[in-house]
Design a protein around this ligand. Structure first.
Ligand code: TNX
Length: 472
């Protein structure tokens, strides 16, 4: 961490930072601390104490925040002296999971842009970046044993212009994918900043790009193309043993690129229409003694979860998997509403709170005229104030189940986010508000606002194209 910090200081202000036992910056392990807790004392000498590298990373972020905005500069701005306030800080996050999600399937973002989001996450003491790596509109990982996934499934002939409802298409090819080397770069970039990458392969729904590459894994008679519209495609994987094995194979391959990470298996929004009229699906239902096609999704969940557990990974899924049987040790990402988090916790699952009403940053940032096209119109608005008012632990959850809530995650779905600047605009300043919510220290928006205004200077130094605050 300290090496990373030193490199960051070299590029922002041209200083070399050295930590040593006798020097002005001392970093030590503290056995009385745990997790990401840290102590930071700035005086004649500066001392950091933490139990883990992640704790050191949080402390270094705090130290950097105490200095001038130049410390965050992306281009080198030579600074001669820095005055830091003398402080004595003991700090620890309330929640272990403080995540931001990026959909690289609807729009592909290159390695540099993903690494930039990792930097932004670390700057806000967020510790997870969740990558949504496939959807109906694109597959984003090269899988050597299934080459057509990237050769065919990564490229889309056309995309909607403006809002999907307008029915206008751009007729321009869009796409791209990461190979194992790219994902290794992303993984290491994150690791050295105290951030964990969580890969997601979303199956058996959201699979049209897979079916464009390998139609035999689907249910349709006619060939399919990578989907050129947004929404939820009816086309899903079929229920054959071959399709189940395909899913296990690709998910365990992607997991192998992130040996230390939990793996997200999606599982959201899987329409059953194709299964209802498929002879193959019906015979799979008979074979497994199922009465409802939904249970076929449960079959995917349990097979994928089983394969991942065998490979040593924890498993995460969207809350729809609760609609069928699901093993207790599957962590639930509650997105449809906070009450899905309550339901999951009561059913014995650990939970990541990601409710769309508060934490979907593809929603409008305000109800003012002139906002860029977003997923849905007013009243689907998530202002930074609304984000800041979100409380991670659901209000109706019994106190003895609070420990089930691991933390929270903000989502950047990218149907309507095609560029890096627009990504910044949608993410900020909402992500700043979210960072305090997830750390567990959020007060009121009124009290936060002056600190946010000050923090915007750091964002400017970082080159973040945030959404300006509205006048009060
Ligand atoms: C729901 S959240 C989805 C995504 C969309 C998003 C748009 C979830 C698990 N599925 O496929 O991109 O809404 O906000």
């Amino acid at each position: 961490m300290i090496e990373r910090f030193s490199l960051d200081m070299a590029s922002s202000i041209g200083w070399e930072v050295i930590a040593s036992d006798e020097g002005e910056l001392r970093v030590a392990r503290a056995s009385d601390l745990s997790g990401e807790a840290y102590r930071l004392r700035v005086g004649e000498t500066t001392t950091i104490e933490a139990a883990s590298e992640a704790g050191v990373s949080c402390a270094l972020t705090t130290l950097r925040q105490l200095g001038p905005d130049e410390l965050w500069s992306v281009s080198t701005t030579a600074v001669e002296r820095i005055d830091l306030p003398f402080v004595d800080i003991a700090d620890a996050p309330r929640f272990a999971w403080r995540g931001v999600h990026l959909d690289v399937a609807r729009h592909f973002f290159d390695v540099a842009t993903v690494c930039r989001l990792i930097d932004q996450a670390a700057a806000h003491r967020l510790n997870v970046v969740h990558l949504h790596l496939n959807d109906d509109q694109g597959w984003r990982v090269e899988v050597p044993s299934w080459p057509r996934l990237s050769e065919v499934g990564s490229w889309r002939r056309s995309s909607p212009v403006g809002h999907e409802d307008a029915g206008v298409d751009d007729h321009e090819t869009h796409g791209g994918y990461y190979d194992a080397h790219d994902l290794g770069t992303i993984r290491e970039h994150a690791r050295s900043r105290g951030v964990l990458i969580v890969p997601e392969i979303d199956l058996p729904g959201h699979a049209q790009a897979v079916l464009a590459a390998y139609p035999e894994l689907g249910n349709a008679d006619a060939p399919l193309e990578v989907w050129t519209r947004w929404g939820i495609s009816e086309h899903v994987l079929n229920a054959s043993e071959a399709a189940l094995e395909f899913a296990e194979d690709v998910v365990t391959y992607v997991a192998s690129l992130f040996p230390d990470s939990p793996v997200h298996i999606g599982g959201d929004e899987c329409p059953t229409a194709e299964w209802e009229s498929s002879v193959e699906a019906r015979s799979a239902m008979i074979r497994h003694g199922f009465s409802d096609p939904r249970q076929l999704q449960g079959l995917y969940t349990s097979r994928l979860a089983g394969a991942l557990r065998l490979a040593g990974h924890e498993v995460i899924a969207w809350d729809e998997v609760l609609d069928a049987e699901v093993a207790d040790d599957t962590v639930i990402c509650a997105w449809r509403s906070p009450s899905k988090g309550t339901e999951a916790a009561r059913r014995g699952h650990d939970v990541i709170m990601a409710p769309m009403q508060f934490l979907y940053f593809d929603w409008l940032g305000s109800d003012r005229e002139g906002e860029p096209v977003a997923l849905a119109p007013v009243p689907f608005v998530t202002s930074w104030q609304k984000v800041y008012d979100f409380r991670v632990v659901p209000l109706d959850l019994e106190p003895e189940l609070h420990h089930r809530i691991r933390g929270a995650q903000a989502q950047l779905w990218s149907e309507y986010i095609a560029t890096r600047d627009h990504l910044d605009y949608m993410a900020f300043p909402r992500l700043c508000a979210f960072a305090e919510v997830a750390w567990g220290t959020a007060g009121t928006p009124e009290e936060f606002r002056p600190r946010l205004v000050e923090h915007l200077g750091r964002l400017r130094a970082m080159g973040v194209r945030y959404r300006e605050l509205d006048p009060q």
